[in-house]
Design a protein around this ligand. Structure first.
Ligand code: NDP
Length: 284
């Protein structure tokens, strides 16, 4: 049921992962959030995405607690802020993130978005972290087509294994160019906010109608499951929806069963048109 995605360093992970933005912000939700992440691991998911920015480290602490006794089950991703992306800053941030994550290595470390530090300096620091065993691979986030060309022009470009960007039915800009270009350079696309952050997109009528026409082993399909199945239809792409409860998490796992028909895809193209020209990369 679970489709796999292979990074260019040979590591394979399930295409469905888990996001964690806002986790840890509300203490009363903490145990549900931990239960959700653990239920995902129990269901065979591996990718957990977090960042030092999320709640000033609180999201990483939630993740740390969730994975403490099962580090080997997890493909752990975190991100350094551009303001910490200097040679020294990267090492300090990674050290602090690892403490909160209660582990001694990350599987993948990303530059959250491009700031003023030269990319070559940040990437050299990533290589140092990799030499020290603190990270196993690195990549970027929120990089548009020209930013990715810049990555390639540094001496470390080849080592960049992923580009994490906004992608959902309501944000399809990358289909025009970036998605294919990243595929060609074997940088895995990680789709963030694939559920449109749980907002208005999920209340779309077409999505509701298509949901009524599908079912899963757990019952009738929901618009969120259709939206997720639509993102997951893309090969070599990882989607990282955030689910704060086991209920949502298990719904997202089961969404992997849904196969959208050509008619569904056409209807979704009409409701959420693909880009007809270059759209500057949208970010959240
Ligand atoms: P998502 O598109 O994943 O939406 C999350 C929202 O959808 C939450 O409100 C959640 O509610 C709800 N939801 C989850 N599952 C279901 C379901 N089955 N049915 C109905 N609603 C559901 O938004 P995010 O912005 O959180 O993006 C996902 C992840 O991507 C982030 O958590 C983060 O890890 C990453 N990200 C990265 C960025 C970057 O710059 N690199 C930027 C933004 C996000 P509930 O919590 O109640 O389950």
């Amino acid at each position: 049921m679970t489709r796999k995605v292979r990074f260019k360093n040979g590591v394979e992970v399930p295409a469905l992962g888990m996001g964690t933005w806002n986790m840890g912000d509300d203490v009363s939700l903490r145990s549900d959030e931990i239960a959700s992440l653990q239920a995902g691991l129990d269901a065979g998911l591996r990718v957990i995405d977090t960042a030092e920015m999320y709640g000033n480290g609180r999201s990483e602490s939630v993740v740390g607690e969730a994975i403490e006794k099962r580090r080997d089950d997890v493909f752990l991703v975190s991100k350094v802020l551009p303001s910490n992306a200097s040679a020294r800053g990267v090492v300090r941030s990674c050290t602090d993130s690892l403490k909160r994550l209660r582990t001694d290595y990350m599987d993948l470390y990303l530059l959250h978005w491009q700031g003023s530090v030269p990319l070559a300096e940040t990437f050299e620091a990533f290589e140092t972290l990799r030499d020290r065993g603190m990270i196993r691979s690195w990549g970027v986030s929120n990089f548009d087509t020209t930013d990715m060309e810049e990555v390639e022009q540094t001496s470390y470009g080849e080592s960049c294994v992923t580009n994490q960007v906004l992608y959902s039915l309501s944000h399809r800009g990358i289909e025009f160019d970036l998605l294919e270009e990243d595929r060609a350079r074997q940088a895995v696309t990680m789709a963030y906010s694939p559920l449109g952050q749980g907002g208005g997109m999920l209340r779309d009528n077409v999505l509701a109608r298509i949901a009524r026409q599908h079912s899963t082993s757990q019952g009738a399909a929901t618009p969120a499951q259709i939206a997720l199945a639509w993102v997951l239809r893309q090969p070599s792409l990882i989607a990282i929806p955030k689910a704060g409860s086991k209920k949502h998490l298990l719904e997202n796992v089961v969404a992997q069963e849904i196969r959208l028909t050509d008619d569904d895809l056409l209807a979704l193209d009409r409701a959420f048109p693909p880009p007809g020209r270059k759209v500057p990369l949208e970010v959240i």
